[in-house]
Write a protein that binds this ligand. Structure first.
Ligand code: 6PG
Length: 466
């Protein structure tokens, strides 16, 4: 039998959810997993969708179950597993058969795999939205040859999230462009999550608020301009109770954050591109620091607990909301500006407005403000988002609160790495004459590196030797 319109390899959490999504949208799908019992139980649990799913036990049977020219989605862990799967699959495929890596690949790997594939069809697509997104509508960022994307775009559009009926699935460019955009998405995700956790820390340690009060605050914020998936789930996390102990969930979760590496990739790439994304970098650093629990405990023993508690009159919840608003705009502005840098450096015409559009629904960083960002980028994709009128207005209204929050936190010993980096970025970006003249003077002093004079003369040297 070779009836399936598409095949999917890898029935882990994300793969299983995506296979059900594909079947649910009316496409017949063949599935294969390295462990056959996983394939069998997946099929058994598929309910009404089981008749659209062909479970297979060998790779050969899997390939035979798909209509030629085939399209096969890989949902296997990023890294070597993808290379191994491609190597096992290619000999069984025809020259027109398309492999689609839908995992969280490093875009450099996708570039390499696309080049290795030569004329053989290959796509790398970034998929965001976690398990629920994969099942009911993720945001999809495609990379590879446009003609190959067009072959499967009807399926990817059908399974993706929709914003006012418009599919959140878009081709971003050649080779690893889709996985690159997904990496920057994750960088913004790290910064947004970090800023929310910093604000949570102020409510908990600075203002002494209870978990239910924190949950209520996030719920209220989710009705306003901060409306977003991450604020919504933060309210739910703060409201939850531990079934084991009856204590608030947040009080029993160890304060050491995990990471699979996508945020780190973004930061490494930003350094290669010389793209300033300090809030995202601070968020990755904060995750690294969070895992140094023993060192932090030793530091607290040595230096004592910071004062932390703030008098209520020093900070209102409205100021916190505004500060978070400013921080959020700044971390998106950094992410989009990095994408713009990459577009020039990699020779990809990365479509900034479409990227904002594709992130409006389905993905982890979906938020009310992305629609306005899409409009601002349509208007001028080259301009830093903080200079777009809508966001200039927001920043003018909110940066005072961000400053107040950062200052109060500093006075009370509360660390706000992402929010304070966001503020420093804002201040640096509105300072026409900065302080790098001193750095140029120092470089010229010790290394005769030369500098540009304000009268326009280049390759100048100072009178240091005289
Ligand atoms: C998404 C998420 C998803 C996943 C990350 C988690 O967009 O759906 O970003 O890809 O949750 O891999 O990354 P960390 O383990 O690095 O937090």
């Amino acid at each position: 039998m070779s009836n399936a319109e598409i095949g999917l390899i890898g029935l882990g959490t994300m793969g299983a959810a995506m296979a059900l999504n594909i079947a649910d949208n009316g496409f017949d799908i063949a599935v294969w997993n390295r462990t056959t019992s996983t394939t069998q139980s997946f099929h058994k649990d598929a309910g009404d969708l089981a008749n659209r799913i062909s479970p297979t036990e060998t790779l050969k049977d899997f390939v035979a179950a798909i209509k030629a020219p085939r399209a096969i989605i890989l949902m296997v862990p990023a890294g070597e597993a993808v290379d191994e799967q491609i190597a096992a699959l290619r000999p069984l495929l025809g020259a027109d058969d398309l492999i689609i890596d839908a995992g969280n690949a490093n875009f450099h790997d996708t570039n390499r795999r696309a080049r290795d594939a030569g004329d053989l069809p290959y796509l790398g697509i970034g998929v965001s939205g976690g398990e629920e997104g994969a099942r009911f509508g993720p945001s999809i960022m495609g990379g590879g040859k446009r003609a190959h994307w067009d072959r499967v775009s009807h399926i990817l559009h059908a399974i993706s999230a929709k914003h006012k009926g418009q599919p959140c699935a878009t081709w971003m460019g050649e080779e690893g462009a889709g996985h690159f955009v997904k990496a920057v998405h994750n960088g913004i995700e790290y910064a947004d999550m970090q800023m929310i956790s910093e604000v949570y820390g102020i409510m908990r340690d600075g203002l002494g608020m209870t978990n239910p009060a924190i949950a209520e605050t996030f719920t209220a914020w989710d009705q306003g301009p901060l409306k977003s998936y991450l604020i919504e789930i933060s309210a739910k996390v703060a409201a939850a109770t531990d079934p084991k102990t009856g204590a608030p969930m947040l009080d029993v979760i160890v304060d050491a954050a995990g990471q699979k590496g996508t945020g780190r990739w973004t930061v490494i790439e930003a350094q290669h591109l010389a793209a300033p994304i300090p809030a995202i970098e601070a968020a990755v650093v904060a995750r690294n620091l969070s895992s140094q629990r023993a060192a932090r405990a030793a530091g607290e023993d040595l230096f004592g607990t910071a004062p932390r508690h703030m008098p209520h009159e020093s900070l209102t919840l409205a100021a916190l909301e505004s500060a978070l608003m400013a921080g959020k705009v700044l971390c998106y502005a950094q992410g989009f500006s990095m994408i713009s840098n990459a577009s020039d450096d990699f020779g990809w015409a990365l479509p900034l407005p479409e990227i904002a559009e594709v992130w409006r629904e389905g993905c982890i960083i979906r938020s009310a403000m992305l629609d306005d960002m899409a409009t601002a980028l349509r208007d001028d994709a080259e301009r830093n988002l903080m200079m777009a009128p809508k966001f200039t207005t927001i920043l003018k209204e909110t940066h005072g609160s961000l400053r107040q929050v950062v200052a109060q936190a500093a006075l009370h010993g509360l660390a706000l790495p992402a929010l304070s980096s966001g503020l420093a970025y804002f201040d640096a970006m509105r300072t026409a004459r900065g302080t790098a003249n001193m750095i140029q003077g120092q470089r010229d002093f010790f290394g005769a590196h030369g500098f540009e004079h304000i009268d326009g003369a280049t390759d100048q040297n100072g009178p240091w030797g005289s």
